[in-house]
Design a protein around this ligand. Structure first.
Ligand code: FEO
Length: 396
């Protein structure tokens, strides 16, 4: 058991092996942690559990620390299986222990496990006294990122248990934000935001304002994945406010897929043109068939303009580009510009299809698109450079 502060202990699981999360949807290059917390005041409280494959290990470890019968309350901030997965194993041993959760979490927990446990539903502002002058105050976090999501705040110790919010898929034995590599930490935090929370931007800002309006001093933010924010926890709140405000940096990203290298050649010449148009802007190129999709989505999140390139195949675009555009649409990026390009041999519908998908995903098209018949020659390369230069200028 690792001490977080006073009588608050970390009893979670560090998953060094994890490389894919949410099935195959989210890459976790640096593993993850499932943070579970034990509070031992007059009452003993368990906050969240761990992912199902580690249920047995979790319960055995917990048993080594305390008599499970001593647990007075279980708090489940969110029903998703990475946090509630050990409940069935645990509840076999302490079946009557009350589980405090949101009304929506009763649905998700029953939906996952088909059990009638002793649920106690709570709403924003409800308090649970745990003795020694301390209480847990609940704050519903609807749609951040599930309808059942909730956070709770421990008075006295001033700890916000925020569940998924402010988390990162980042395995570390070091536990606290001030002890880890800051570049790695923020890379994982921004990836997590871009890939999971971006669709809920307006709610993030609203919820942060609501929490700040409670005027509760926050000494520590303890999310359910990654490190615990104990040094300057406000920094991650500030980052979330920045990220929630339709975030973009001075970056242009070119995403393309290619069959016989023609569309790649176009992408590289367009990039040369962008540099002519705006020497200051950061330009990155990614082949969507060869690059991790979540890393690409993070790059899109950070960009002010995104270019989509694909040759025409079967009157449409290559599959990796179609898939990434579908993912981009789901993440509801706003205030970003786009343009399309691609090679073709016969009919040439690719660029039109890319334009259509980019607009559907909420991008503002700043060019009609650039098509190249067959392999780009010197003339087409010049056209690509001009196209890029215009994009560089129009993106300023
Ligand atoms: Fe970490 Fe939404 O589960």
């Amino acid at each position: 058991m690792l001490t977080i502060k006073n009588n608050i202990f970390w009893v979670g699981k560090t998953d060094w092996e994890l490389r894919r999360f949410h099935g195959d949807e989210y890459s976790t290059h640096r593993g993850s942690t499932y943070n579970s917390f034990l509070i031992k005041e007059e009452k003993t409280v368990l906050i969240d559990t761990v992912w199902k494959p580690f249920a047995k290990e979790f319960v055995e470890n917990l048993r080594r620390e305390i008599d499970l019968e001593e647990i007075d309350y279980i708090i489940i901030n969110h029903g998703e299986i990475d946090h509630s997965g050990a409940l069935p194993e645990l509840m076999e041993l302490i079946p009557d222990t009350p589980i405090y959760c949101s009304e929506n979490a009763v649905q998700s927990l029953k939906g996952h496990y088909h059990k009638e446990w002793n649920f106690k539903t709570v709403k924003t502002g409800d308090k649970l006294d745990i003795g020694n002058g301390k209480a847990l105050i609940f704050v519903e976090m609807k749609l951040l990122h599930w309808p059942d999501s909730m956070a709770c705040y421990l008075t006295g110790d001033e700890v916000l248990f925020s569940n998924d919010a402010f988390g990162q898929h980042y395995a570390t034995e070091r536990l606290f934000n001030d002890l880890v590599d800051q570049c790695e930490l923020f890379e994982e935090a921004i990836k997590y935001y871009a890939n999971i929370l971006n669709p809920f931007n307006p709610l993030v800002e609203k919820k942060i304002k609501e929490i700040l309006a409670l005027e509760l001093p926050i000494d520590i933010i303890a999310p359910s994945h990654g490190v615990i924010w104990r040094e300057n926890p406000e920094q991650i709140i500030e980052k979330y406010r920045e990220w929630a405000a339709n975030y973009k940096e001075n970056r242009i990203t070119l995403l393309y897929d290619t069959m016989w290298e023609g569309t790649r050649v176009m992408a590289e010449n367009i990039a040369r043109g962008i540099k002519k148009g705006d020497p200051e802007v950061e330009i990155k190129l990614f082949n969507t068939a060869k690059t991790d999709k979540n890393d690409i989505l993070t790059e899109v999140f950070r960009s002010k303009t995104v270019l989509f390139g694909s040759p025409t195949i079967n009157r449409t675009i290559l599959m990796s580009m179609a898939a990434i555009l579908d993912g981009i649409e789901g993440l509801k990026f706003k205030n970003k510009k786009a343009a399309a390009f691609g090679c073709y041999g016969w009919s040439g519908e690719g660029v039109g299809k890319l334009n259509e998908m980019a607009m559907k995903a909420g991008f503002e098209l700043i060019e009609d698109g650039l098509k190249a018949k067959w392999m780009p020659d010197a003339e087409i390369m010049e056209k690509c450079i001009d196209f890029g230069e215009r994009i560089g200028n129009k993106s300023r």
